[in-house]
Design a protein around this ligand. Sequence first.
Ligand SMILES: [Zn+2]
Length: 118
Amino acid sequence: MKIAPSSCASSGSGRKKLGSGSSCEHNGEEIKCYCGDKCPMWTTWKNTENLGRRLIGCPNYKTKPCGFLKWIDEPMSKRARFLINKLKMRNDELHKLNANNEVDAIRELKTEMKEMQK
Ligand SMILES: [Zn+2]
């Protein structure tokens, strides 16, 4: 008995649909948008109903997007989004604290170095 290499193969009919892409194109394969460019994968961190979902989309979205966009993950539950957002905000705060500490640390280092050059 052969095991299908892709776990996404729809059970039942073995017919391949033409036109509409399968939902498992991202598995190990490069996906190109309509521009012909390789599409990167993003995670949405905006606090919308898509929070935490991964998607692949046109890399030229800032300049001339072709409109190619594909969601990889199913939408999260309200609870999951709430938790992700909470963790993200906490993470942002930590980053800010770290950044401030770094600035202070760099300042201290610089004054130390100046004093050493005297
Ligand atoms: Zn494109």
